[in-house]
Write a protein that binds this ligand. Structure first.
Ligand code: SF4
Ligand code: SF4
Length: 424
């Protein structure tokens, strides 16, 4: 804690203003010189973002482009610097500091998640791909997607499914993506990894996200619909963690997880994985375990709030930050809607068309930039449909008012309120 206190004092000495409230650290750059304060802000993020929600404002995000997701975008009076005209954040940025050369953010997604196949070796009740038949993305569509991504200046491609290891061209796709200079991310259930495949992906994938539904043989089998050796899965995860730069575990929250949180934490400790992502399930799951109420999720958040271990735990898809009433004491647990609902990512369906997210099936066509600029995507990103309370909320830039899919499935409209918003 002494390190944190002295870092925050240093930021204040340089002219920044620091507000602390529970797990929120809100930095207003104030009169600080961006170049002087930047190393301290990076230090703060690198060491404390696991345990705190860190927000930065009154400074141009392009000073710290890889920390863009910490910048609080507030509507300001448009600044006159013409070099910023093409920047995605031009309307919400105070502009470059004196002497700073602005580096505009492209108005394009940060990542394309490519569903290379709908085929899967498991049968999870929570799957977005529950549809008839198996469909592989044609190779020529994949190449065309890479071409469009290069043209739009994108750097990250995610291979997902179904189970992407069932895609016959996956290794060729990964090698082509690397040759084109992309960072490669892979979502997998890890069941099909042989030792040679682990070596291959350990060498070429920059980040691997492994899904884990249960915490033992019986729960993993029940939640995936397939009986498989759980100890073998853990062995593969450990091997991956030893050979790949960045491996995370992702778990869709089930009632079983809420009741057996300690068992999950114990298993995760044994894998040497440092990041655990949790996901709010879709509304219409075919499995009772995933039909969660707001009260169930609040119970989980209150338990996680007390967690003091070394694992980084984040709910990575949209959940209202105000769910449990006291946003300041639980905000560090949420990534919010940043990576969903069309805010930063496009998903390429195995049918060859772009869509706003894994769960949202709206066909946005086959042209990447046209899909990104589609009126539906613009409206999703505008947040203009949110109730006044959300639009005035400090966390709105991250929370995005919760999930559009939940709004649709339970309120009948994409533009309705998320039913898990706090009622206080
Ligand atoms: S390019 Fe301009 S508008 Fe964009 S973040 Fe930098 S200073 Fe702000
Ligand atoms: S943006 Fe809306 S849903 Fe999210 S925390 Fe604020 S008030 Fe709650």
């Amino acid at each position: 804690m002494k390190v944190l206190e002295s870092l925050l004092h240093r930021i204040e000495d340089l002219g920044g203003r620091v507000r602390r409230d529970g797990r929120l650290i809100d930095i207003h750059a104030g009169l600080a010189n961006a170049a002087s304060i930047r190393p301290y802000l990076y230090h703060l993020l690198n060491h404390f973002e696991r345990d705190y929600f860190i927000s930065i404002s009154n400074m141009a995000a392009c000073v710290m482009p890889d920390a863009w997701d910490h910048f609080r975008q507030t509507r300001v009076r448009a600044h006159p610097d013409r070099r910023c005209a093409s920047c995605r954040y031009a309307e919400a940025c105070a502009g470059p500091a004196t002497g700073q050369t602005p580096v505009p953010f492209k108005d394009a997604p940060r990542e394309v998640a490519i569903e290379v196949t709908t085929a899967c070796n498991l049968a999870c009740g929570i799957c977005f791909q529950a549809r008839d038949g198996r469909e592989h993305l044609p190779w020529r569509v994949l190449l065309e997607t890479f071409k469009q991504m290069r043209h739009a200046g994108l750097r990250h491609v995610r291979f997902t499914g179904g189970e992407p290891l069932l895609y016959p061209h996956l290794e060729k796709a990964v090698l082509t993506a690397k040759k084109l200079g992309f960072q490669v991310l892979l979502n997998t259930n890890a069941a099909l990894f042989s030792e040679s495949k682990i070596r291959f992906f350990g060498r070429y994938a920059d980040s691997i996200l492994v899904s884990m539904r249960g915490c033992d043989f019986s729960s993993e089998s029940r939640l995936t619909g397939v009986r498989a050796d759980f100890r073998d899965k853990l062995r593969r995860i450990r091997l991956l963690a030893s050979q790949c730069r960045h491996v995370r575990i992702g778990t869709v929250v089930s009632r079983h997880l809420i009741h057996h949180l300690e068992d999950y934490l114990c298993i995760l400790r044994s894998t040497r994985i440092s990041h655990w992502e949790l996901y709010r399930p879709i509304v219409a799951s075919s499995q009772e375990d995933y039909r969660l109420t707001r009260g169930d999720f609040i119970k989980l958040i209150r338990r996680l709030k007390r967690y003091r271990g070394s694992l980084s735990i984040k709910v990575a898809n949209p959940v209202p930050f105000c769910l449990a009433g006291d946003s300041a004491s639980t905000c560090h647990l949420f990534l919010g809607g940043l990576w969903d609902d069309g805010h930063t990512r496009l998903v390429l369906d195995a049918g060859g068309f772009y869509k706003p997210s894994y769960a949202m099936k709206q066909d946005l066509g086959a042209d990447l930039l046209k899909a990104w600029r589609h009126p539906l995507m613009r409206r999703l990103r505008s947040l203009e449909y949110l109730p006044l309370r959300c639009r005035r909320c400090f966390y709105a830039g991250w929370c995005k008012g919760g999930s559009r899919q939940w709004a649709l499935d339970s309120g009948g409209s994409l533009w309705a309120s998320d039913p898990w918003m706090s009622h206080e």
